[in-house]
Write a protein that binds this ligand. Structure first.
Ligand code: GLY
Length: 396
């Protein structure tokens, strides 16, 4: 890996701006789990759509999308937060949907297999010890591992793309491979995940610690090509959710590898992000926007918070970032709880999320889920609340 020192480590400006009072957590947990409970009977073998319309999630089968695992993950988190067996019963009932989907390989020709099978099968195995859930998680990891390109050293994003293409989002699919290596003893999963996150550090993370969403490596000769920005503002900007995926992905890569470079790189991408937040610390949808009047992405903000909490866990007591990241994460989650919760008529948790922004230059009107609830945002918001509530064994 290129040395992390090629990437700028900004100091976090005015760290005292981050503050939180943890008393918000118990009400936020109750509000969130009440909404999940109220929607439980509607979403047993049907799953919330990726984003809401008019703050109402639709329903879809567990067939084609990349997001169905988040609802099952929300149920496991709700079970861990409340002990209510209803949440567990529905999450367990959904096992067959994930198994059937893997059996017929439906809508799985892409790299997001981790998002589908970590918060469902792996979570179920970690919480209940169910052998069949471990087996399903390992089978999912086998499929993800098949996407690895030896020449490019990456997990390829989709079958239809140019070969050798990878995107920042995949940083959060790698824990499926790291976990599979740990649980099976098959080191090849570990090597593939390690090589992929190393290429993320080499090519997706720019010298100023911002990120491209996508990068292309020539699949035949392994020659690096160029980076781009699909869901962000433009090729020079920094898509907030992409930055959030890599903050958390690097922290988890450190958890599994204990490679100090990943912790160092994690600090660099985290500090870049913390220095570009508006005054309520809920990120705008692209980090080139920092004004209080600019549109937010409440679905990226809790991912940042969870990534900061994971980084904080691994930093030494002497590292000034440890307390800072913990406090910044609590502050972000507190602002989400206080100011971004949905109105009562919604079936989601957080308003003002963005799936694909409709105002990207040259792509005006092309987008979806803009200023809506996003199911991954709701998942990571609840994960953040769990992390603040108790010592938690991550599903990732
Ligand atoms: N593909 C994951 C995302 O939209 O963040």
């Amino acid at each position: 890996m290129k040395n992390s020192k090629r990437v700028a480590l900004e100091s976090v400006a005015t760290p005292e701006r981050f503050q939180f009072d943890e008393t918000f957590v118990s009400k936020a947990v109750k509000d969130a789990t009440d909404i999940v409970l109220a929607n439980l009977s509607e979403y047993v073998h049907m799953y919330p759509t990726a984003a809401s319309e008019n703050l109402q999630y639709g329903k879809q089968k567990n067939a084609e999308d990349w997001v169905e695992g988040f609802w099952t993950g929300i149920l496991w988190l709700s079970y861990e937060l409340t002990g209510n067996e209803l949440f567990r019963a529905v999450a367990e009932a959904q096992f067959d949907d994930f198994q059937d989907r893997l059996n017929r390989f439906g809508g799985l020709s892409h790299h997001d297999i981790g998002f589908l099978y970590v918060p469902s099968a792996v979570a179920q195995y970690k919480i209940t010890g169910a052998h069949k859930a471990r087996e399903l998680g390992v089978r999912a990891a086998e499929q993800l591992a098949k996407r690895f390109s030896e020449t490019a050293g990456i997990i390829q994003v989709r079958d239809t793309d140019r070969q050798g293409a990878f995107i920042v989002d995949c940083s959060m699919n790698l824990p499926l491979l790291f976990w599979a290596a740990q649980t099976t003893g098959d080191h090849s999963y570990y090597i593939k995940a390690l090589r992929h996150i190393t290429q993320v550090c080499n090519y997706i993370i720019r010298d100023d610690a911002s990120t491209f969403q996508s990068f292309q490596i020539d699949e035949v000769i392994g020659q690096p090509g160029k980076g781009g920005q699909g869901q962000g503002y433009d090729d020079k900007s920094c898509w907030a959710r992409g930055q959030s995926w890599v903050i958390y992905g690097l922290a988890l890569a450190y958890r599994y590898t204990r490679e100090p470079e990943f912790l160092e790189m994690g600090k660099r991408v985290a500090n870049y992000c913390l220095n570009r937040l508006p005054s309520d610390h809920v990120c705008c949808w692209d980090l080139i926007f920092t004004g209080d009047g600019d549109p937010r992405d409440s679905s990226a903000a809790p991912i940042i918070a969870c990534g900061l909490l994971e980084l904080a866990e691994h930093l030494s007591e002497q590292d000034e970032h440890k307390q800072l990241y913990y406090t910044a994460a609590g502050d972000i989650l507190m602002h989400l709880a206080n100011d971004y919760q949905t109105p009562v008529e919604s079936n989601g948790l957080l308003a003002h999320g963005v799936y694909v922004k409709k105002t990207r230059p040259g792509k005006e009107g092309i987008g979806c889920g803009d200023d809506e609830c996003c199911i991954w945002g709701d998942y990571f918001y609840m994960e953040g609340l769990v992390r603040l509530s108790k010592k938690w064994n991550p599903y990732w």
